[in-house]
Design a binder for this molecule. Structure first.
Ligand code: 13P
Length: 284
């Protein structure tokens, strides 16, 4: 299938009470793991690329992998640029074939975030590219963006409504207490903010910081309006642990394809579990 944007996918998920898994890929193998998992489960899926990953491989290479794998798959696949502050990179990705982009101007003052996010919507919409925007600060490290806990602040519901009314994003990421990376303690999720924002804005919400959240937290957030769930750190761990684990168990064997296969299997296993848990299986 040709790549899709997130519009119909997220509308369908929000109406059906499930979420589409959005997985940050690292290379060809992790991209294939996401597409294969989605195809086997007949689930829609979002392939996400961090700005750092795009810069590392280049737009053309990345879009080539995704278009080739998605083109052969029966499941609907969107290609989304995760947290990006750089309007030039957003423009490059749109021109190269990304079907969705995230503008992350959440570190800027409200009015500036609003203006930048609107600018991206104006750039993307004529190209049929969907836009995610963020309000508040999600703690942790994603890509090279560090947000310290003392700097984190939750999205204000009144500002969220004003932001969504003026920006009209296709997907909205309010900071609700989740964090990128590994949780140090039990995350405190502001369910009341999630619920108020989902009800007032009517925009499908993105849940960031998916790695390490409990099944119960996922279910509750999805029931309250999170139609997209982001998973990144889990894939990074599977990427390294799958590789190292195989090599440690077969340390005299220097057969790279077997190591790559073990790494692939480890990444795919987690992705399959996530898609099932988010309720996406059978929704393609
Ligand atoms: P994790 O790295 O915690 O899974 O978060 C992913 C994310 O929200 C990417 O934007």
């Amino acid at each position: 299938m040709a790549l899709e944007n997130m519009k119909a996918m997220l509308a369908h998920a929000a109406a059906g009470g499930y979420a589409v898994g959005a997985f940050n890929i690292l290379d060809y193998s992790s991209t294939k793991a996401v597409v294969q998992a989605a195809e086997e489960l007949a689930a829609p899926v979002i392939i996400q690329t961090s700005a750092k990953t795009v810069t590392f491989w280049g737009c053309r290479t990345l879009v080539g992998w995704v278009a080739e794998l998605a083109g052969r798959a029966k499941a609907p696949v969107a290609l989304h640029l995760d947290h990006c502050k750089d309007l030039n990179l957003i423009r490059d990705c749109i021109e190269a074939g990304w079907t969705s982009v995230m503008i992350d101007a959440s570190a800027k003052p409200f009015e500036e975030n609003l203006a930048l996010s609107r600018q991206v919507v104006e750039m993307a919409r004529p190209r049929n590219v969907t836009v995610e925007a963020e309000l508040g600060a999600i703690v942790g490290v994603e890509d090279d963006l560090h947000v310290k806990e003392q700097d984190a602040h939750l999205a204000d519901p009144d500002q969220a409504l004003e932001f969504c009314t003026k920006v009209q994003p296709d997907c909205f990421a309010p900071a609700v207490g989740t964090a990128h990376g590994i949780y140090k303690g039990e995350p405190k999720i502001a369910y009341h903010i999630l619920e108020t924002v989902a009800m007032s804005t009517r925009v499908p919400l993105a849940l960031h910081g998916g790695t390490g959240l409990s099944d119960e937290v996922f279910r509750r957030c999805i029931a309250l309006g999170c139609a997209k769930v982001n998973i990144s750190t889990q894939i990074k761990y599977a990427f390294i642990n799958g590789f190292v684990g195989y090599h440690n168990a077969h340390h005299t064997q220097y057969d790279p394809l077997k190591v790559i296969k073990a790494q692939f299997d480890e990444m795919k296993k987690g992705i399959v579990e996530n898609i099932k848990l988010f309720g996406g299986a059978g929704k393609a």
